[in-house]
Ligand binder design. Structure first.
Ligand code: ADP
Ligand code: MG
Length: 388
């Protein structure tokens, strides 16, 4: 495929914050971007050159994209793989529908890891009551996760035994699920990388992720702890990208349990834990997505600073988390006064519990000072430290 140069139009399926940063990166590089997202107020749609407000399986909208865009990518793993497959008949689509299909179904994803000898935790596929009954006792305590459309801890239940697993399976409407052994976590890591159409891979430094109530809260980069584990995570992520013949930016989440590395899940798009690359790396994960999509050489992923990213969730817009009160804007001065802090707000009008409204990244030369400053600003905003 010939390199796609500006001012070509790029298509983006999905209008969330990951798409918004893609639009910003593409604009910087001289491209135009059309976004498809059914939400008229979608964060990326509001920056896009054209926002098609339509469903992802609206073939009239897909035909318009096929006619006008030079290449298409996605920022949302639940875009129907069929839509990507349809577009691929007319324009380059990166990542491919096949790669996205594996990442958007936990059964396909875990089976893929198993087949490609990517280290992963013990799990069972649950399609019916019999599968629950047949699940190994050693899996409990476990987490039951619906195979499709789960995110930010949604569609997941912690279960202590077979009875609870059966109950949760019925609560999820008998949808296909995976039942995973609940691992004791030393920490969580993620690797974001970019792979081009010739198979060249550039990985960003692994990040260390802290979650709160099932949602990413803080990412510390580079991850602290063993160098060996970071290398292993990078290697595993690279093997996944190769086996998927992946083209674009890919995020892979890992658990570290009792000193051992286990792959958790893949995201066929830039990843929340890669937001810091905007402020702390020579090339951001979003620019890499543009480069992989257009056939430009991948950029340099090297970090020029240490970084800590803090997610800003919807509850911050309500006093003391009290949703009966009206929405108010948090006092951003506490972020802006930290040297090296950069605030990013996504332009979402309505705050909701758990909704990702923005983030800030603190960068600097000293890892400890950066972490201290980020946690200071986080506490000053009123984000509680419970339930890590
Ligand atoms: P998603 O990010 O799509 O909501 P994940 O599978 O990444 O789903 O789960 C969200 C978080 O829940 C993980 O980052 C981790 O903190 C916790 N978690 C999920 N599965 C397990 C497991 N098998 N063992 C221990 N913790 C888990
Ligand atoms: Mg996850």
């Amino acid at each position: 495929m010939a390199t796609i140069l500006p001012p070509a139009v790029l298509g983006m399926l999905g209008g969330g914050q990951l798409g918004r940063f893609f639009v910003a990166a593409a604009h910087e590089m001289g491209y135009l971007v059309w976004v498809l997202d059914p939400d008229p107020n979608s964060p990326a749609g509001r920056l896009a050159d054209r926002h098609l407000v339509a469903a992802y399986d609206d073939y009239a909208a897909l035909d318009q994209i096929a006619a006008e865009c030079a290449a298409v990518s996605t920022e949302f793993e639940n875009v129907p793989a069929e839509a990507l497959e349809y577009l691929a008949k007319f324009v380059p689509v990166r990542p491919s529908s096949k790669a996205v299909a594996v990442c958007q179904n936990r059964i396909a994803e875990k089976t893929f890891m198993h087949e490609h000898a990517i280290p992963h935790g013990p799990f069972a596929v649950i399609r019916g009551d019999d599968d629950v009954a047949a699940a190994d006792h050693g899996l409990f305590p476990a987490v039951l996760k619906v195979a499709r459309f789960g995110y930010d801890g949604k569609g997941q239940a912690r279960v202590a035994n077979h009875d609870e697993a059966l109950h949760a399976f019925h609560e999820f409407g008998g949808e296909p699920c995976v039942l995973e052994k609940l691992l004791t976590l030393d920490c969580e890591l993620s690797v974001v990388l970019a792979r081009d159409a010739e198979g060249r891979i550039r990985a960003f430094a692994p990040g260390e992720n802290r979650h709160r109530r099932g949602i990413l809260d803080v990412t510390i980069v580079p991850a602290r702890g063993g160098r060996q584990l970071r290398l292993e995570a990078e290697k595993a992520a690279e093997r996944i990208a190769q086996a998927l013949d992946y083209v674009g930016t890919l995020g892979v989440e890992f658990f570290v349990s009792e000193g051992e590395l286990f792959a958790n899940e893949m995201a066929p798009r830039p990843h929340n834990s890669g937001h810091h690359t905007i402020d702390a790396c020579v090339t951001s994960q979003y620019e890499q997505q543009v480069r992989a999509l257009t056939g430009l050489p991948l950029g340099e992923p090297r970090m020029h600073s240490h970084a800590v990213m803090v997610n800003l969730l919807g509850e911050l817009w309500f006093d003391g988390g009290d949703h009966h009160r009206s929405q108010r804007e948090p006092d951003w001065s506490v972020v802006h006064r930290e040297p090296g802090a950069r605030l990013h707000l996504y332009g979402k009008h309505h705050a909701r519990q758990g909704r990702k409204m923005g983030h800030f990244t603190v960068i600097g030369e000293d890892a400890d000072a950066v972490l201290e400053a980020a946690l200071r600003a986080r506490a000053a905003l009123g984000i509680a430290d419970d339930d890590h």
